[in-house]
Design a protein around this ligand. Structure first.
Ligand SMILES: [Zn+2]
Length: 387
């Protein structure tokens, strides 16, 4: 999602930090604080844990959804693993050149328990609508269920109702258990058509409704985020190692009905041409997926009835570093889904091409939410994710 300098200056001028800490009239019960480590592990230094298993219930239904995104992670590494030529050129050892399943074991374990769309050679592709395959258009399409009118990263706030906006109508939904946690601050513009509708922590300083959680651990994590450097991003970007901790604590404390958890280091390293850093970001993201599954597994029926979707906002150019309108191959994305009503089918062949815009209508249908108004920008329900 890296931006050119004019965009940087424009966004820096219009996206002032906003911390909203007012308590709601009917807050959630307090959550027991847990120790916050002084110094989180550097990116890439993640322990190789065995893949965690999603809980299984006899009659699964989807009552909650969590959309997890990794910015600009292309299908090539997700499915085929480390690029051999790049690895050799960088001097990586032979045991570092692994396939997709070894590179991202938790993600593939999730797919084994659910559905994988967009695997190469398996049916039709899933793509961003574009035609400019950039981050804010991608997130807007994913969350609104409509092909984007926004084609740049400096668009205004989304005008369409998003999945998260719609989730506020679910029984039991509050401004605490609908939420967004992301590394890239600008995701807030795609998350909701309102500015402060629910919990949000995007980048290091964009925070809304944190008080609704009544969670001292979250308050401590957010305070530490404010002091961090944005590397490998810019401006108000929050590194994934911190965003991951905020996101996991959010899921623990809020038991979200609907959430977007968005990491971004992979795209930042790719724009810098740093393939080693990109691989580290993929591995760290995979560890985060494993940790998230573990948190949900400890949440009993709530975790078992939560559908997790993992996807990306765009692919990458054949040259790896870039993406966008000049690189039509960067349209291609991928999707893993599991939990709740999603059947265990593994890699599924799409009968017709799918779009990121299809995700929100599919999740709305799973949750029993009414359809969004239909027009020629609307996505369709993906029957492949249902029983
Ligand atoms: Zn990018």
């Amino acid at each position: 999602m890296r931006r050119s300098l004019p965009f940087v200056l424009l966004l820096a001028g219009c996206a002032a930090p906003a911390r909203e800490v007012a308590r709601l009239a009917a807050p959630n019960p307090p959550v027991a604080p847990v120790p916050v480590p002084d110094d989180p592990a550097p990116p890439g230094e993640v322990s190789p844990l065995p893949p965690a298993a999603l809980p299984v219930v006899a009659s699964p239904a989807t009552r909650s959804v969590i959309v997890v995104t990794i910015d600009g992670a292309r299908w090539q590494e997700v499915f085929h693993g480390v690029d051999r030529d790049r690895a050799i050129a960088l001097g990586l050892s032979p045991d570092e050149i692994v396939d997709g399943r070894a590179l991202m074991p938790n993600l593939h374990a999730l797919g084994d328990r659910g559905v994988v769309l967009g695997a190469p050679g398996v049916g039709a592709a899933i793509s961003a609508s574009g035609p400019n395959f950039a981050s804010l258009p991608g997130y807007g399409e994913l969350l609104s269920g409509r092909a984007p009118t926004c084609q740049r990263n400096d668009c205004a706030r989304i005008a369409d109702e998003t999945l998260l906006d719609a989730c506020r109508a679910l029984p039991g939904a509050t401004s605490a258990n609908v939420g967004v946690v992301s590394s890239w601050e600008t995701i807030e513009l795609a998350a909701s058509r309102s500015r402060d509708a629910f919990f949000l922590s995007s980048g290091r300083h964009h925070v809304w409704r944190a008080g609704a959680l009544r969670d001292p651990t979250m308050d401590a994590l957010l305070a530490r985020s404010e002091r961090a450097f944005p590397t490998p991003g810019q401006l108000d970007y929050r590194p994934d190692r911190l965003t991951s901790q905020v996101a996991l604590r959010y899921v623990e404390a809020a038991r979200p009905r609907c959430a977007l958890l968005g990491l971004g280091d992979a795209d930042e390293h790719a724009h810098l041409g740093d393939y080693r850093g990109y691989l580290r970001a993929l591995r760290a993201f995979d560890a985060f997926v494993g940790d998230l599954v573990g948190v949900l597994a400890a949440q009993g029926e709530h975790g078992a009835t939560t559908t997790v979707i993992v996807t990306t906002d765009h692919g990458r150019a054949d040259g790896f570093v870039s993406h966008g309108a000049k690189h039509p191959e960067s349209a291609r994305v991928w999707l893993f889904a599991a939990g709740g009503a999603v059947p265990a089918r593994g890699e599924v062949a799409l009968a017709q091409p799918a779009k990121l815009a299809d995700v929100a209508p599919t999740l709305r249908a799973m949750l029993g939410l009414p359809e969004a108004p239909l027009d020629d920008r609307s996505g369709r329900v993906l029957g492949e994710l249902s029983r």
